[in-house]
Ligand binder design. Structure first.
Ligand code: AMP
Ligand code: MG
Length: 513
């Protein structure tokens, strides 16, 4: 890999602590602290993303690159660092947080001038580790690496995975917080993004009344990542906020399209660029359920349930609005922008649903159609993804009842089956309202509805295998996730097998990572 060109503009622009002091502490008024990765004696590469490496300008993998991928070898003259941010967690102000197990190497540029930040996750503690060890376990690292790649190939903005390696070290985690800690294998993921900046970075500077740095941070973000903004003064920050709102809403609509539930939508896990970031107790939704949350910590309030993600993103944007107030200084503008967020989101959401059904455009009665459909999905516990796959081929299905039973997580007795018939009649009627031909409609559905979903039980199986030193599942999943709109392995096009229903890590997960 070509590591010579890693640059670190962040360190030159913003106030930071260059002491490399690893002691966990509050670091007021600054945005980063330099820190070295701990280094590991016996690392082993599990997977390297050659395509991504070439795309971002790092080039081909050489044998000694593993030392860089686990943080043992650092290119000359680079100062690795962790950034400070704050955040609202589960609706409450949490104060300073920061990169607790992420360390940034810097930024690389490809031949087209595109810049990409590179960071290790799990390479050791930082000043922001808050009594934790800064390590990551294999389980959470496999999930992050594969899911971020799956999202990328689904066409959804996301951070990406460059590599996944064993550290050779064991890590102790109490997975279900039940007082039964277990030893797990440690791992490091190298992940990349155009930028890892979060709402929380802005919140931290605003909370500390560091308005100069807040302004610098907004200017830096706009200049580098929002080049389309050319206005000046307060208007510039208004345009910035408006753009973050649009990107965030678009991301939420994409999550709804494929059934992604993030699980921990705290403001520190919200990317300022509208990327999917920080893959923890996420899940792709199997059975359709607006109340589904994969995160055990979230069960009491279901704040981060599938159906709430639009609303919660708006709440998070309110916190960002508060943080940017010192620059925008216009309450009415912020309120209006946030209020129109809901309108924009729901319109985009409903238009997305239209595409899933193969409708050419949103029509007046569609809201009612969608509500009925949601009722059907919820009551019959139908698999979200398989439902649309079935709908696409419904014209040629001989035994509709059997097909619906195959995609339901409950027993469909006669009354329920009749509801599917009623729904299909409504659907056929609605299709008649299309200016599209049936072929055009199906082709739109094929582009919108994935055939392959990286479900938690598949990740679970893959993790078990890697733990035992096998990589067959990893290779298969990698191939499947790179082609999510095709059916490469028919065995993956089935609902979650019932033996996985109650296994932790298959439908429910904790934040432990
Ligand atoms: P998360 O819930 O994963 O978004 O993490 C919230 C905060 O805890 C962030 O500041 C993380 O960097 C930090 N954190 C989570 N896990 C660890 C860990 N194993 N070691 C150090 N910091 C962690
Ligand atoms: Mg996080």
């Amino acid at each position: 890999m070509n590591l010579k060109n890693i640059k670190q503009p962040f360190l030159e622009i913003f106030p930071g602590d260059f002491s490399k002091n690893p002691i966990q502490r509050n670091t007021p008024k600054i945005l980063f602290s330099t820190i070295d990765p701990v280094g590991f004696d016996d690392p082993k590469l599990i997977i390297f993303n050659q395509k991504l490496s070439e795309e971002i300008g790092l080039g081909k993998y050489n044998d000694n690159d593993l030392d860089f991928l686990v943080g043992n070898h650092l290119p000359e003259n680079i100062k690795t660092y962790a950034t400070a941010y704050a955040g609202h967690q589960f609706g409450n102000w949490a104060g300073q947080l920061g990169d607790g197990r992420a360390i940034i190497a810097g930024e690389i540029q490809n031949t087209e001038g595109q810049k990409t930040e590179i960071q290790w996750k799990g390479a050791g503690a930082t000043p922001y580790s808050r009594h934790a060890d800064g390590r990551a376990v294999l389980r959470s690292s496999v999930r992050e690496y594969l899911m971020s790649e799956a999202m990328y190939y689904l066409g959804i903005p996301t951070t990406r995975g460059l590599s996944l390696s064993f550290t050779g070290e064991n890590v102790v985690r109490d997975i279900m917080y039940s007082g039964n800690p277990e030893v797990e294998k440690g791992a490091v993921v190298v992940r990349t993004a155009e930028s890892f900046l979060r709402f929380g970075h802005f919140e931290l500077m605003s909370a500390q009344k560091e308005i100069d740095t807040l302004k610098k941070l907004a200017d830096y973000t706009i200049k580098n990542y929002f080049p389309e903004i050319i206005s000046e003064g307060q208007q510039k920050y208004k345009d910035f906020f408006q753009s973050v709102c649009t990107k965030t809403a678009d991301l939420m609509v994409d999550w709804f399209r494929v059934g992604f539930v993030h699980g921990v939508m705290n403001t520190d896990n919200m990317s300022i660029l509208g990327l999917t970031i920080d893959y923890g107790p996420f899940s792709m939704m199997d059975g359709y359920d607006l109340n589904f949350t994969p995160n055990t910590t979230d069960l009491p309030g279901r704040r981060y349930a599938f159906g709430k993600q639009g609303q919660i993103s708006q709440w998070n944007l309110w916190q960002l609005a508060n943080a940017l107030f010192a620059l925008i200084k216009d309450e009415k503008f912020l309120e209006d922008t946030l209020n129109s967020y809901g309108t924009y989101f729901w319109k985009a959401h409903d238009e997305m649903l239209c595409r899933k059904f193969g409708f050419d455009e949103l029509k007046n009665n569609d809201e009612e159609f969608f509500t009925n459909w949601q009722g059907l999905m919820q009551e019959l516990e139908l698999d979200y993804t398989l439902f649309f796959n079935l709908l696409e081929k419904i014209d040629s299905v001989s035994d509709v009842k059997t097909e619906f039973q195959k995609i339901s997580y409950t027993i469909l007795e006669e009354t329920k089956l009749r509801k599917t018939e009623d729904f299909l009649k409504q659907y056929q009627l609605r299709l008649k309202n299309n200016t599209f031909s049936r072929e055009e409609s199906i082709s739109l559905m094929k582009k919108t509805n994935p055939k392959f979903l990286l479900r938690n039980y598949l990740l679970f199986e893959c993790i078990e295998e890697i733990n035992e030193g096998k990589t067959e599942m990893l290779n298969k999943l990698t191939k499947a996730l790179e082609n999510p709109y095709e059916e490469i392995y028919p065995e993956f096009s089935v609902k979650r097998p019932s033996n996985y229903d109650d296994i932790s890590g298959c439908s429910m997960l904790s934040c432990s990572s």
